[in-house]
Design a protein around this ligand. Structure first.
Ligand code: URA
Length: 452
């Protein structure tokens, strides 16, 4: 068997066998297959696809490409949640503490940003001292004592995904159903949780642009998870507008803390958080038949217990949250406010001070590109993240505004990036004049679960 034959076979649309897939995965981890060969096969998979059997074998080979965590000695149902990637998606930072404060253990392995979508590990890295590099003993220790642990992929857990994830990010091979499904599910299977809630994003800021492809990704991941003996539920959520008020690493950590404290809770973000938490709670061993899961979750938030758990989680992994708050939004960060009038002028029209306008679109895909431009993500593998870069929205879709209202503030440590990002930002906003307030749609599009 050799890698060139495997690449050629997939290039022609052939079906790879379990042995060929395992040969590829072992080769990238062992170093006998070069990055450029792996990239070529990734591109062939992107273009020609993989059927369910190939996707399942790829997932299993990746999941067992390194160590796996055995959580059985915790003697509990361990929950995990994973998002397929979105813009402004800080739900993990909120959901982990809520669930742990309810006594539901959440053991999670997260990724870094991929393409225009952010990654939880990059967000957590914005907290001084926070360590996501845990070994197996550290992971289990935090899970047992704090109840919520979030670790980056260490070299020993699903190392094949770590290698492929980084290559996909810089070779235009992210948006492929089999590659996304195997990437996510391999991490989930290696990190050992028994029950998994999947947040499958759908829209312009997601890899899956329409409900049909999001549904196909969701069912593929559920099928893989259940074949591997895990309980899985998928919630398909809208990603045509960034989630919450912020996009960017420090900005999102700050928003997550505000959400948990109850000081600012954007309603779309709240709807997604509550739906994911409810499904996790229903899968847990804490849930009692007939209990109102939504009320239990609301209480964890309003009592302040979830925020306390967030602080405990940050501290346990070495983070200094006071230092984060002291440096947040510091004088070293450059900012640019964008008003409704700026957006209208950028479209070559004249703003009318007496009119009201309504946001018809705040395009998530464009906002993901704006945040990349500002420095919040990576264009090439070696790019350094600017933790302070990003967008803080004052307004959300369907808000009724006046010409002098601020839409958002752009942040970057590099002033020149603000100007470059400004035009892209304005192009991503659609306004309608003279409109009246309308209610926005729920971001929860579909829930897919099987009978257990
Ligand atoms: N999240 C992952 O972990 N992998 C992907 O490929 C996409 C989102």
């Amino acid at each position: 068997m050799n890698i060139i034959e495997i690449i050629e076979k997939k290039k022609r649309g052939g079906k790879l066998s379990e042995e060929e897939i395992k040969f590829f995965v072992d080769g990238i981890v062992g170093g006998s297959i070069a990055d450029y060969q792996a990239s070529a096969l990734l591109m062939a998979i992107c273009i020609k696809g993989m059927d369910y059997e190939e996707t399942y074998h790829l997932t299993m080979a990746m999941a067992y490409s390194g160590d796996t965590i055995d959580m059985s000695d915790v003697g509990r149902v361990i929950l995990d949640k994973h998002s397929t990637g979105g813009v402004g998606d800080k739900t993990t930072l909120i959901i982990g503490p809520i669930m742990a404060s309810l006594g539901v253990p959440v053991g999670k392995m997260s990724g870094r940003g991929l393409g225009i979508t952010g990654g939880t590990i990059d967000k957590l890295d914005a907290i001084p001292g926070f360590s996501s590099q845990l070994d197996m003993d550290g992971f289990m220790e935090h899970l047992k004592t704090v109840g919520f642990v979030d670790a980056a992929q260490t070299l020993s857990l699903a190392p094949a995904d770590k290698i492929l994830y980084a290559l996909r990010d810089v070779t235009g091979t992210v948006d492929s159903l089999p590659l996304i499904a195997s990437s996510i599910m391999s991490k989930k299977l290696a990190s050992g949780a028994n029950s998994i809630v999947l947040d499958v994003k759908c829209g312009s800021g997601a890899f899956m642009k329409d409900p049909e492809s999001a549904g196909a990704l969701a069912t593929t991941m559920i099928d893989i998870g259940e074949r591997a003996g895990r309980k899985c539920v998928a919630v398909i959520t809208d990603m045509n507008e960034p989630l919450g008020y912020s996009v960017g690493n420090s900005l999102e950590v700050y928003e997550a803390a505000e959400f948990l404290k109850g000081t600012r809770q954007e309603k779309g973000l709240k709807a997604v958080v509550l739906e994911l938490c409810k499904n996790m709670y229903l899968l847990s061993d804490v849930y009692k038949e007939g209990e109102d899961a939504s009320a239990v979750i609301e209480e964890a938030l309003s009592s302040g217990r979830a925020y306390e758990k967030f602080l405990e989680f940050v501290k346990a992994q070495g983070g200094d949250f006071d230092a984060f708050m002291n440096s947040y939004n510091s004088s070293g960060v450059h900012k640019k406010e964008v008003t409704v009038a700026d957006v209208i002028s950028a479209k070559g029209m004249t703003p009318d001070e007496n009119s009201t306008y309504i946001f018809k679109s705040i395009d998530a895909g464009t906002m993901g590109n704006v945040s990349l431009k500002l420095g919040a993500g990576r264009v090439v593998k070696a790019d350094e993240i600017d933790p302070d870069a990003g967008i803080l929205f004052d307004k959300k879709m369907y808000d009724v505004v006046k010409a002098y209202d601020v839409v958002a503030t752009l942040y970057s440590s590099d002033e020149t990036k603000l100007t470059e990002a400004y035009d892209i930002f304005c192009s991503g906003i659609k306004l309608e004049e003279g409109a009246e307030a309308r209610y926005s749609k729920s971001p929860i599009l579909q829930i897919i679960k099987r009978d257990f």
